[in-house]
Every structure is written in structure tokens, then in C-alpha cells.
Design a binder for this molecule. Sequence first.
Ligand SMILES: C[S@@+](CC[C@H](N)C(=O)[O-])C[C@H]1O[C@@H](n2cnc3c(N)ncnc32)[C@H](O)[C@@H]1O
Length: 192
Amino acid sequence: MNLNKAYWDKKYDQNKLVWDLGHISPPLKAYIDQLTDKNTNILIPGAGNGYEVEYLFKAGYTNLQVVDISAHPLNNIKTRIPDFPEDQLIHSDFFELKDMEFDLILEQTFFCSLPPEQRTDYAKKMYDLLAKDGRLVGLLFDRSFIDGPPFGGGEAEYRNIFEGVFKIKTLETAFNSIKPRKGKELFFIFEK
Ligand SMILES: C[S@@+](CC[C@H](N)C(=O)[O-])C[C@H]1O[C@@H](n2cnc3c(N)ncnc32)[C@H](O)[C@@H]1O
């Protein structure tokens, strides 16, 4: 299976968005709510319909870059948040991003949508995109799936991938997941 632009476009065309919560995920909301610097430069890769983007923007964060390989969800964001700057909606493969540096990158079901053989490249690319002391923060599934995407995993595997690259500040079962994901996702903070 080639998980390319055509694959994701088709998912949006057919409205097969099983991952889409329709709202920001509570663990990310709780994390964002304790941030204080509205100038934080934030990347949301594989943003999909971008509920975190909407939440951040409405909370006064403007240094946001939103990336997706499919234009459909970026257009949905444009429609939902007409004031959101169009040049901050980037239609690109995450791995092609260049000359950018962020204080914070938010992860929400993007990692699990990539072929598992790209996981090491994901960690490296995230490292390259972060400023010194920058943080990659979000959720990772703590379970397996029969057919991916999503592709699952667990704490030991994630430690193995990320430990050599980042300082692992937090990697633990999220206490505030939505009901269907309760006990099955890890909240993490990785620091450069
Ligand atoms: C499972 S969805 C998650 C969307 C959103 N983060 C959420 O949780 O609702 C994965 C998203 O990543 C995008 N995507 C997949 N591979 C990508 C890549 N290589 N670069 C950028 N976006 C990608 C897809 O188009 C899709 O919108």
C-alpha cells in the first residue's frame, strides 16, 4: 500500500475519517491551556481538519504553521477559520519541509498514519525542525491494530526510536483521553 497523497485525498473524498474527533483532543487541550507565550512558534504536521489549529488560533496563537499532504483538510480549515492566514496552510509532504524552525511541534495521529519504516526518519525530521530546547508533544497509540494505518506500537518501541534523539521528559498513559482511546494512548513530551 502506498500511503501517498492520492491515498489520503481518497480518504477525504470518501469522508472516511475514522481518526477525526471533530474537536481538539483533551490531552492536547490541557497541554495548550498551560502554555503562556502566545508567540510560541508552532508546527502542526499531518494536521487533518486541524482542531488544535483552531483552538490555538482562537486562543491568540498566530505563529502557527499547518502542514498536510492533502489539500482537502487545509481547505476545510480555511472554510472553518476564514481569518486564518492562507500562507500558513502548507500543502506539502512533511518530509519535504525545509528551512523552518519551531519551538513546539504537536503530534496527533500523524505518526501512526505513516508506514512504520518511516518512524526513524520521523524522529530525525522532527529533531531537525525544532529549535534548541524545542519540544515535540502529543499522543502515541499504546496498542496494536490489525491493518494500518493507523499503525500501533508501545512504550518500549517508542523509547527505542526517540531516546537516542530527544530527552524524554514524559511518556506515560494519558489520563484524559477520549473514552475509546482511554488507557490506549501515551502522552509524551520530547525535548531537543
Ligand atoms: C490520521 S490523519 C490525522 C489528522 C489529524 N492530525 C487528526 O488527528 O485528526 C493523518 C493526516 O496526515 C496527513 N499525512 C499523511 N502523510 C503525510 C505526510 N507525509 N506529510 C504530511 N501530511 C501527511 C494525512 O493527509 C492526514 O490528514
